[in-house]
Design a protein around this ligand. Sequence first.
Ligand SMILES: [Fe+2]
Ligand SMILES: [Fe+2]
Length: 189
Amino acid sequence: MNDFLHDLVNNLSKSWSRVGALFRALFLNRLRNVDVAFIREQLNKQEQILFYSMAAFDQRHSLDVAYTLRDLLGKRSKVRPDKLYKAALLHDIGKARTRLLVRDRVAQVLLFTLLPPLANYLADRGSERTGYWRRILYFYKHHPKISAALAKSVSADSETLYLIEQHHAPFTSGEPKELTLLREADELN
Ligand SMILES: [Fe+2]
Ligand SMILES: [Fe+2]
């Protein structure tokens, strides 16, 4: 299989699992008492305000990332879970800076899957105030940085900010294991 086909099949299978996660987050997003208690336990008051500023499905997704981390961690004693849980709950708060409808999210995933060079070109020329396509692609690509800036405004610690900012960065050997875990949990949700 040539490289183009290989990348396309790889991207489509990743995209399919993202679409599944999107549907779960859209239709099974009601917060339960146990979720609210978990959020209170992990986030201070200002961080909670940021968390609740997200759309319901982003709240659900972020909680599910934190719960997946809890499962992945199991008995790994060397990883401190508190920073990871905080990073999981806040990693996508940058998306709250724009109002994204379901069709926008589907368009983001499809464009980055099928036409990555064009999607990247437009995303890098976008901002919160540019036209539709550049704006939604900008948020898709750059939300980790925006999320980290927002988290910094309520003074999350530097390790948590690093995890938030790097959560879509490609894997590098030698990266903190917390980042690898966060990326893995994010991709599963
Ligand atoms: Fe993200
Ligand atoms: Fe995410």
